[in-house]
Design a protein around this ligand. Structure first.
Ligand code: C2O
Length: 470
C-alpha cells in the first residue's frame, strides 16, 4: 500500500512538472524517464480546475477541434469513431459496440487510443484520463469544471439541471451492485450497459443521450473511464469471475482505431485484458488487477445457461410518464418458483424483450416485482430489481452508420429476493411495476418529462443456471 501511494504521488507530481516543462530537451528526458512506467488514471472528484490533468485535457480538446473532420486526430473524427450522423462514413466511424459482449473491450480500446492522442495533442507525456466516480455520494453532480461555460469541457447540449449544478444523479442510476452479482462475463457486461452506463447517459442527456453524438461531449470519456474501471473491479471480486477466455469470437474479433500519429491500428480483446501489463495504466485506489490471459486459462470461465420458465401474458405494455404495471399469475408456477429459489446454483430472472421507442425518452424506468398495492415505490426496498435505461439499442432514430441496423433492446433482472418476499403471503398474482424518474433537482425527485414512449413487447420468467465450460 505504502509503495503504491508513493509511486502515485511521484507520478502525479511528475505529471505536473512535465506540463510546465514541455520545451526542448526537457521533454525528451521526461519521456525516456517514464517510457516504461505506469500511468495512473485519477479520480476527477476533488480535482482542481487547475490540475494539469484538466488544463491539459482542455488544451488538447482545443487543438483537436481546430483540425479538419477528416483528420483522425480531430475531435470530430474521434467522436465519429464512436458514432456520428455524418454520412461520409470514414474508416472506423460508427464502430462502437453496444448490446454485445464487446462492450467492455471495445470501449477500453477506444479510450486507450484516445488517451494517447490527448497526450500528444497537449504535449504532456504523463497525461492519463481521469475517471468520474458517480457512484460515490459526493460525486453525483457533473464535475464542476465541466459546468464552467467558458471551458472547452462545457457543452450546452446537456440536461439543463445537470449543467447548472442543480441536477444530480439518482442513486439507483449509479449503482452497479446488480451487475456485480453476476459471475459470468456476458451478464455482467450487459447489465452494466444498462445501469449505471446507460442511465448516466440518459441523465446527462443532450449529446450524451444518443449514440451518434455522445462522444462529442468531453464528459463521455470520464464516464467511460469509470465504466472501464468497473471491469477491473468486477474481476477483482473473484468467485470465478473471468473474461470469456474460451470464446474464440470474443478473443479474435479485431477493431480499428488510430494512434497518436494518425496511423491505423487494430486490436482484439486479448490485447486489453491486463490494463497495467498490456496498456500501462492503473486506476487510483484500485485493488491489484486480476491478470487474465488468453493463452494460459487458469480457471475456466463461468457461463450462465438460460431456460424459459414462463411466458408472461401481460405485454405489450407502454411506458409513459405515469407508473404502469401488469400482473403475473403465479398460482400455477408457485411450486416451480419455490424449487428454483431453493437451488443455490440457479437464479430466477425477469426478462423483458422487444423493447423499442422512437427517440431517446430522456427518462429511466425503475422496475419493481411484487410491489404491494398502495405501497410507494422505493428503489432501496426489497421489490426493486433494476432499471430500464435505453441507450442505442431499442431507439429507432439512432440507426446510424453502415454497421448498425435497428435492434430492439432486452433487459433481464435477478428477482430471487423480490419474488421470495412476494410469494410469502398466498397471493395468486404479483405485479410487475414500472416507475419513471428524471434526475434529482436540488436533491429531490423531479417530475420526469417523457420525450418518447417505450413499448415492451414481451416478458418472461427465466431460470439461469451456472455452468462451467471447458
Ligand atoms: Cu458506446 Cu457509453 O457508449
Amino acid at each position: 500500500m505504502q509503495a503504491q501511494f508513493t509511486r502515485r504521488r511521484f507520478l502525479s507530481t511528475a505529471g505536473a512538472a512535465a506540463s510546465v516543462a514541455v520545451v526542448g530537451s526537457t521533454l525528451l528526458d521526461v519521456e525516456s524517464l517514464f517510457a516504461a512506467t505506469t500511468y495512473v488514471r485519477r479520480n476527477v472528484g476533488g480535482m482542481s480546475a487547475f490540475d494539469p490533468v484538466i488544463t491539459d485535457y482542455r488544451a488538447a480538446i482545443k487543438a483537436m477541434q481546430a483540425l479538419p473532420t477528416t483528420n483522425p486526430l480531430s475531435w470530430a473524427y474521434q467522436a465519429a469513431i464512436h458514432g456520428t450522423t455524418l454520412t461520409n462514413n470514414l474508416t472506423a466511424w460508427n464502430t462502437c459496440e453496444h448490446g454485445s459482449y464487446f462492450f467492455w473491450p471495445w470501449h477500453r480500446m477506444y479510450l486507450y487510443w484516445f488517451e494517447r492522442i490527448i497526450r500528444k495533442m497537449c504535449g504532456n507525456p504523463c497525461w492519463a484520463l481521469p475517471y468520474w466516480d458517480w457512484s460515490s455520494p459526493t460525486e453525483r453532480q457533473l464535475p464542476p469544471m465541466f459546468r464552467d461555460t467558458t471551458s472547452e469541457l462545457y457543452t450546452s447540449h446537456r440536461n439543463t439541471a445537470m449543467n447548472n449544478g442543480s441536477g444530480s444523479l439518482p442513486a439507483s442510476d449509479v449503482t452497479y451492485a446488480a451487475s456485480f452479482l453476476f459471475t459470468d462475463f456476458t451478464n455482467a457486461d450487459s447489465t452494466i450497459q444498462g445501469t449505471p452506463h446507460g442511465a448516466v447517459h440518459v441523465d446527462i442527456g443532450g449529446w450524451m443521450g444518443q449514440v451518434p453524438s455522445a462522444a462529442q461531449d468531453p464528459i463521455f470519456y470520464l464516464h467511460h473511464c469509470n465504466i472501464d474501471r468497473l471491469w477491473d473491479l468486477w474481476l477483482a471480486q473473484g468467485g470465478g469471475r473471468s473474461d470469456p477466455l474460451t470464446d474464440s469470437t470474443w478473443k479474435s474479433q479485431k477493431f480499428t482505431f488510430f494512434d497518436e500519429n494518425g496511423a491505423q491500428v487494430q486490436m482484439n480483446s486479448c490485447q486489453v485484458l491486463r490494463a497495467a501489463a498490456q496498456l500501462k495504466y492503473v486506476y487510483e485506489g484500485e485493488p491489484p488487477q486480476v491478470n487474465q490471459n488468453c493463452l494460459r486459462i487458469l480457471v475456466p470461465p463461468i457461463f450462465w445457461i438460460k431456460e424459459l420458465l414462463f411466458k408472461i401474458p401481460g405485454p405489450p405494455v407502454e411506458l409513459g410518464p405515469d407508473p404502469v404495471s401488469f400482473p403475473i399469475d403465479i398460482a400455477k408456477i408457485r411450486e416451480r418458483i419455490t424449487r428454483v429459489l431453493a437451488n443455490k446454483s440457479q437464479r430466477l430472472m425477469l426478462q423483458l424483450d422487444d423493447i423499442e421507442t422512437e427517440t431517446q425518452p430522456g427518462v429511466v424506468w425503475e422496475v419493481y416485482v411484487g410491489l404491494p398495492a398502495g405501497q410507494a415505490p422505493n428503489a432501496e426496498g426489497p421489490h426493486y430489481v433494476g432499471n430500464i435505461a435505453l441507450f442505442g439499442s431499442g431507439i429507432r432514430s439512432e440507426v446510424h452508420g453502415r454497421r448498425h441496423k435497428f435492434m430492439p433492446a432486452s433487459f433481464s433482472f435477478v428477482i430471487n429476493g423480490a419474488i421470495e418476499e412476494s410469494i410469502r403471503g398466498n397471493a395468486e398474482k404479483i405485479e410487475i411495476t414500472f416507475v419513471p424518474h428524471g434526475v434529482l433537482i436540488d436533491g429531490k425527485p423531479s417530475g420526469p418529462e417523457v420525450k418518447s414512449k417505450v413499448k415492451i413487447g414481451s416478458a418472461s420468467l427465466v431460470v439461469a443456471s451456472e455452468k462451467e465450460k471447458k
